[in-house]
Design a protein around this ligand. Structure first.
Ligand code: ADP
Ligand code: MG
Length: 257
């Protein structure tokens, strides 16, 4: 099967700092893949290059076989690469449903929809997306009063409104309570399965990573040092070496949720 995302020898150097240094990997259609690694490993730098926020020093990024290296974020987004959890993506003064409707309006390029009728446009589609993320019962609440975890689920619905083929999630559960984290990733896993969307995500919580990823890649000092299933990555000697210092890889196992 053709990869949705293909990364070839990607590198980003900031002066002498090799933040990302020769990273290659693929994401298959319908795959939920985790990129993990200690702080400063280069995960966010990698994501920013995939989304067009940063231009790579060298290497290539292919989406659906098309070279998108160094293209502007908006163009990459239009091609079908979504990014979740930009807080700025939600308008505090609008309701939950209106935010998703705005995303649908923008996706369909209905620029003249900012009419009094706008509140009815794409209402059904918006409700269906809110149903998907478990937010339908909060559709008519103002965003300003949402709990943090609910806001995160709304942002997922907004990202889905653009019908992405690939979703990039850089620490989507940061700031969430353990139970909420598990719930959000469970939801993401369901969406991957039901919609065939591919997801690449980074995450600190190893319980979440091991429970939900199909495949895990480990980045350290800008280089991939291991990849495989949860069991393979856990058993990997280099991974243990990198993580044992911080103690984060195994310490929380079974402790949350
Ligand atoms: P992670 O997301 O895995 O924690 P980052 O990608 O944020 O890691 O950072 C990787 C390395 O690149 C770190 O050493 C960081 O200090 C450095 N870095 C990131 N962005 C910049 C920048 N704009 N200028 C200089 N150094 C940077
Ligand atoms: Mg980061």
């Amino acid at each position: 099967m053709t990869a949705v995302l293909k990364v070839e020898n990607l590198a980003k150097h900031f002066g002498g700092i090799k933040a990302v240094n020769g990273v290659s990997f693929e994401v298959a259609p319908g795959e939920l893949k985790a990129l993990i690694g200690p702080n400063g490993a280069g995960k966010s730098t990698c994501f920013n290059m995939l989304m067009g926020q940063l231009k790579p020093t060298s290497g290539r990024v292919l989406f659906d076989g098309r070279d998108i290296t160094g293209r502007p974020p908006r163009e990459i987004w239009r091609l079908g690469v979504g990014r979740t959890f930009q807080i700025t993506g939600t308008y505090q003064s609008m309701t939950v449903a209106e935010n998703v409707q705005m995303a649908l309006i923008s996706h369909h390029r209905r620029l003249f929809a900012m009419l009094p009728r706008a509140h009815r446009l794409y209402r059904e589609e918006a409700m269906a997306l809110l149903e998907t993320v478990g937010m339908a019962d909060q559709a008519d609440r103002a965003c300003a009063i949402l709990a943090y975890g609910d806001l995160k689920r709304l942002e997922l619905a907004i990202a889905l409104a653009h019908g992405p083929r690939l979703l990039l999630m850089d620490e989507p559960t940061a700031g969430m309570a353990p139970r909420e984290r598990i719930r959000l990733m469970q939801l993401t896993a369901d969406i991957v399965r039901e919609r065939g969307v591919s997801v690449l995500f980074t995450e600190h919580d190893m319980d979440v990573v091991f429970a939900h990823s199909h495949h895990i890649m480990v980045l350290n000092r800008g280089e991939l040092i291991a990849e495989g299933s949860a069991a393979e990555v856990r058993a990997n000697a280099r991974v243990q070496e990198v993580y044992l210092g911080g103690g984060t890889l195994f310490a929380t196992e079974g402790a949350d949720a």
